[in-house]
Design a protein around this ligand. Structure first.
Ligand code: ATP
Ligand code: MG
Length: 358
């Protein structure tokens, strides 16, 4: 990992505005515990600054191009984030998207379905390089960093152990004292402070949906399904013969789940969103029903949904509709959307790191 740390160019893309630059500079001076959400689509870092939570985000993606000294000079001039390895330049994070679009191609992902991708040999190095652009070495060695890990997937036979251990070692190599935090529990920590950290937290991410049931911040059960926003994009793309990238863009910018679809892309997006919600609510029914750990709550508990998937207009109503078709051993008082869905996991992880420190 050392050779990469030396060669990572810690730069912003030329398109970043002044306030983003200021934030990056401030961030490089920060000390204290941190929360890190290492997701399929994004890596988000949360830290405290002047009593408020501050977050920074990078795409968890890369784009490889042939290495040349001349290209390196051009990249440096244009503030492109990259590292060099094996005759290639790996353009990383937010910089990679612009390249993929210009080359009429797609970015590659170090994480697939929430876990380290078996397809990408350089995946760990890419993640380490992206983290180094956001996370300077700790001022105090052994600074606590809480990082998110998915629950065990219930719909595949993959274990999270390898992913969790490799991420932990990577952060240790950067000088931190890493502790892993279940993603669903992090959502509960960030969103259910007024409910005594009791209820169900769900993160609808790019590669998976993570679920946790907790009582007073004690996780009772947690799990994941390996379906998320990427599943919707890929199924709609395949069904209609369109690129996944184009579908993702339409989903993020134009989709509303509250109105009648206006065209075949919106029709397919609604169909596969509903399919994901069906899978998610049915998994909740099955996991809760088959567990002997579910307590008898004195009163109904809230269910909070976060992650990028929760940003779709009308998601709450759609989720409530799907929930009516299943029978849960826990009564739900209300379905809520997280205050800041893309940052909940990192914020929750930060709160955990802060309490470890104290
Ligand atoms: N406005 C939006 N409407 C619908 N989906 C959105 C919107 N904005 C982002 N998304 C989707 O959210 C997903 C990314 O969310 P998030 O950053 O929470 O995932 P992640 O944490 O990186 O992934 P995971 O938790 O699965 O490993 C992508 O599928 C993206 O397309
Ligand atoms: Mg996530």
């Amino acid at each position: 990992m050392a050779e990469i740390s030396d060669s990572v160019k810690l730069m912003d893309t030329g398109k970043r505005n002044a306030s983003e630059r200021d934030r990056q500079t401030e961030n490089s001076q920060l000390v204290g515990p941190a929360g890190l959400d290492i997701g399929t689509s994004n890596i988000v870092l949360a830290k405290m600054r002047s009593g408020a939570v501050q977050t920074v985000k990078q795409l968890n993606a890369f784009f490889a191009v042939p290495r040349s000294k001349f290209t390196g000079k051009v990249f440096a001039k244009n503030e492109i984030m990259y590292f060099a390895r094996n005759g290639q330049f790996y353009i990383i994070g937010n910089s990679s998207d612009m390249f993929a679009a210009t080359f009429n191609s797609s970015t590659r992902r170090p994480i697939e379905g929430g876990l380290l991708s078996p397809k990408e040999d350089e995946g760990v190095n890419v993640i380490a390089a992206i983290m180094k652009t956001m996370l300077p070495p700790p001022k105090k060695p052994g600074e606590v960093i809480a990082f998110s890990v998915p629950g065990e997937p219930v719909d595949t036979r993959i274990s999270v152990l390898y992913h969790e251990t490799v991420m932990k070692r990577t952060l240790e190599g950067m000088g931190y004292f890493p502790i892993s935090v279940n993603e669903g529990l992090a959502v509960i920590t960030a969103e259910l402070s007024n409910d005594n950290y009791t209820g169900i937290g769900i993160s609808m991410g790019g590669g998976m949906c993570n679920v946790c049931l907790a009582y007073m911040a004690v996780p009772i059960l947690s799990y994941s399904i390996q379906k998320g926003g990427d599943y919707i994009d890929s199924m709609v793309g395949r069904t209609l013969g369109e690129s996944q990238t184009k579908i993702k863009l339409i989903k993020e910018k134009e989709l509303s789940l509250t109105r009648e679809p206006r065209n075949r892309v919106e029709t397919a997006l609604q169909i596969f969103y509903d399919d994901l919600l069906l899978h998610l609510t049915q998994s909740l029914e099955q996991v809760l029903a088959s567990s002997d750990k579910v307590p008898r709550f004195a009163k109904p508990v809230p269910l909070v949904i976060s992650g990028g998937g929760a940003l779709a207009n009308g998601l709450k109503e759609r989720f409530e509709r799907a929930l009516k078709n299943v029978s849960l051993p826990v009564q739900i008082s209300s379905v809520r959307i997280a205050e800041d869905p893309l940052n909940s996991t990192a914020k929750g992880a930060l709160y955990m790191a802060l309490s470890e420190e104290s």
